[in-house]
Design a protein around this ligand. Structure first.
Ligand code: ZN
Length: 265
C-alpha cells in the first residue's frame, strides 16, 4: 500500500535544511531503552491545534512508473550525497524488522552497490531505516502531489490506534508537515499519530494489527489495543500469530485483507 508507489528514477529532489526548524513545543525523550525515542509535549496547548511543523531533510516525488519504490529513491539520494547521508545517520532513528524484501529489492540493492561502490549490508541498513521512517509529504501544493520525506522529529512519533495527534502533510518547500493535536495535551503527553489510514483505524483489533504487521512489521501495544485483545488471543504470542497470518494473506491486496478480517472479533 505504501511501499510500491511508483517514482521517477533520478529525479529525486534534495531539500537540505535552510532554516532551523522550530520545535520548542516538543521534546524528544528516551522510552523503553535508549534506542526508542518518543516525542512529548513540553508545554500546555489549551486552545492551540498545531503542535509543530517540520520540513523534511530530503524527499522524493511520487512518479509515474510502476514497480519502482520511493524508498529506494530515498536510499539512492543518500548514497549520492554524503552530507545528507551523514546528517540522516546522525538522526539515529530506530528501524523495525525488514518489512518486505523481494526479488525487485534484491536487484535494486545489487545495482546500487555497484553504482555507488558501497557495501551491501550498509545499503540494506539505510533501506530498512528509510522504510521504517519515511513519511508522506506534499509538493507542488496547488495540485497536492504526494512525495515521501525523511524527518528528524516527526519520524520519532509512535503509532497509536487512539492517537493524540494527526499528521497534516504540507508543502515540502513551504513549512512542511504539521502535527495537529486531536486531544488536550498536558505537559509530558506523548505525541502519537496513526500510521494506518482512517478506514483501517476503524477496524477491529485483528484487522488493525494484521495491517500494521504487513505494512510496518510490528504489533501495536497502545491502550486501545490492550483493551481490545480478543479472548481467543489472550496469552498467545502475538508477533508469531500475526507473522503467521501475514504469510497466509501476503498474496492478497490490502483491501481484500481488510474485508476478510472485518468480521473477526
Ligand atoms: Zn493499537
Amino acid at each position: 500500500m505504501y511501499r510500491k508507489y511508483s517514482v521517477i528514477a533520478n529525479t529525486a529532489m534534495v531539500k537540505i535544511k535552510e532554516t532551523q526548524m522550530s520545535i520548542e513545543s516538543v521534546t524528544v525523550k528516551e522510552w523503553k531503552g535508549k534506542n526508542q525515542i518518543r516525542l512529548v509535549v513540553k508545554t500546555f496547548f489549551a486552545g492551540e491545534t498545531e503542535i509543530f511543523r517540520e520540513q523534511p531533510l530530503a524527499w522524493v516525488r511520487e512518479g509515474k512508473y510502476e514497480n519502482m519504490s520511493a524508498q529506494w529513491d530515498l536510499v539512492e539520494l543518500l548514497l549520492s550525497n554524503s552530507n545528507l547521508r551523514r546528517e540522516y545517520i546522525d538522526y539515529n532513528l530506530k528501524s523495525s524488522r525488514l518489512p518486505i524484501w523481494d526479488a525487485d529489492d534484491k536487484n535494486i540493492l545489487e545495482n546500487l552497490a555497484i553504482k555507488y561502490r558501497t557495501a551491501r549490508p550498509k545499503i540494506k541498513k539505510i533501506y530498512v531505516s528509510i522504510v521504517t521512517n519515511n513519511i508522506t509529504c506534499i509538493y507542488e501544493k496547488h495540485v497536492k502531489r504526494q512525495g515521501y520525506g525523511l524527518f528528524q522529529f516527526l519520524s520519532r512519533a509512535n503509532h497509536s490506534c487512539d492517537p493524540s495527534a494527526c499528521l497534516a502533510p504540507g508543502d515540502v518547500e513551504n513549512g512542511g508537515n504539521a502535527v495537529i493535536a486531536l486531544k488536550d495535551l498536558p505537559p509530558g503527553s506523548e505525541i502519537t499519530y496513526s500510521y494506518i489510514p482512517k478506514g483501517v483505524l476503524e477496524q477491529n483489533y485483528v484487522t488493525r494489527n494484521l495491517i500494521l504487521m504487513i505494512m510496518f512489521g510490528f504489533i501495536c501495544e497502545c491502550k486501545r489495543c490492550q483493551n481490545e485483545v480478543p479472548a481467543s488471543l489472550v496469552g498467545v504470542d502475538q508477533v508469531h500469530y500475526f507473522s503467521d497470518l501475514k504469510g497466509k494473506v501476503s498474496h492478497l491486496p490490502l483491501e481484500d485483507v481488510i474485508e476478510l478480517y472485518a468480521q473477526t472479533i
